[in-house]
Design a protein around this ligand. Structure first.
Ligand code: NAP
Length: 303
């Protein structure tokens, strides 16, 4: 049976794009399927300063550079949503919302999506003051007061970025200390226009005329409620893996991450997974690109 492609990569984040680069350099036919825009999580990242060889770059710029490399190497790219992978053992069928494609190998690189707070007003004011992407929406809040929720690397990095644009940034974190890298925390603490509300959980978003105006927070130590006037709120409370379309395959762990071995192989023959969609110790661009290269190399070695 003639298959459409040797390999189909699902997801054009940094992991999937790296797989495409390695496969194309070895002249393996591949199709890269993306449902939004190339880049994945880095398109929502303001500044990247820990990718070796590049001292500082914006996430969107790195995404554009990688995607142009993928295209120059002749990878086929389509923009559609993958709904299901059908395992026929000898080959796989990738069922998308537009068409079915056949291939020998699959690389799952669908990454993660921002976790939601699930509190009152969040849905109502999303895109009307609430955002999950400071680099996309931050400029809308120039010279305004905003809040950032979370205490990890993303929240702290994006709070630093927003403090350059906005009059004031309130960082709201549920614990008594931030868990981001020390250098990021130090940079945040140096900012004169940043206030940190520790031990605090957001309980409600309120607005006027269809736009966010206020966040209500609860201090778990003092048990006091407080309302803060803000024009924008950026939520960075972690991510959830994009694996709902894999439920029939039974290759995910109890947290929804795909299980892989040292070659990025899943429990199903010829199906690989790379990047943030996998269960791993360190979620970074370097580890995602590393996964992408390892999976592609395993496929190249089977040719
Ligand atoms: P993260 O490290 O999982 O941090 C999530 C933050 O949100 C934590 O402070 C957590 O608080 C808080 N949180 C979780 N659920 C919450 C809820 N329901 N309500 C309020 N707060 C909540 O997520 P991330 O910052 O998005 O980072 C994801 C991964 O990418 C991490 O592995 C990170 O290291 C990596 N990353 C690295 C860089 C970098 O190297 N420069 C930049 C960005 C991201 P608790 O601590 O209380 O759980």
């Amino acid at each position: 049976m003639k298959l459409d492609f040797n390999t189909i990569i699902i997801g054009a984040g940094v992991a999937g794009m790296t797989s495409a680069i390695y496969l194309r350099r070895a002249e393996v036919t591949c199709l890269l399927i993306e449902q939004e825009m190339p880049g994945g999580q880095i398109t929502r990242t303001s500044t990247i300063e820990n990718y070796p060889g590049i001292k500082s770059i914006t996430g969107p710029d790195l995404a554009v550079d990688m995607f142009s490399q993928v295209q120059e190497l002749g990878a086929n790219v389509i923009f559609t949503k993958v709904e299901k992978i059908i395992d026929q053992e000898e080959y796989k069928i990738i069922h998308t919302s537009t068409k079915d494609y056949t291939c020998k190998h699959v690389i799952i690189a669908t990454g993660r999506s921002p976790r939601k707070l699930m509190i009152e007003g969040e849905e109502k004011y999303t895109n009307r003051g609430i955002s999950y992407c400071a680099i996309c929406d931050g400029p809308l809040y120039k010279k305004k007061e905003v809040a950032v929720i979370g205490g990890g690397n993303s929240a702290v990095e994006e709070a630093i970025y927003l403090s350059n644009i906005c009059t004031h940034v309130t960082l709201i974190h549920r614990k008594d200390r931030l868990t981001a890298q020390k250098n990021l925390i130090n940079r945040l603490l140096e900012r004169p226009n940043v206030t940190i509300e520790y031990h605090s959980t957001a309980t409600e978003f309120m607005g006027e005329d269809g736009h966010l105006t206020t966040i209500k927070i609860h201090n778990t130590e003092t048990k006091k409620e407080k309302q803060i006037a803000i024009s924008g709120c950026f939520i960075y409370i972690g991510q959830i893996p994009n694996t709902a379309f894999l439920k029939d395959l039974n290759i995910c762990n109890e947290h929804g991450y795909v299980k892989t071995n040292h070659l990025q192989e899943t429990p199903i023959d010829n199906i690989f997974a790379v990047g943030d969609v996998t269960s791993k110790e360190l979620y970074q661009i370097v580890t995602a690109t590393s996964d992408g290269a390892i999976a592609a190399n395993a496929i190249i070695n089977r040719q």
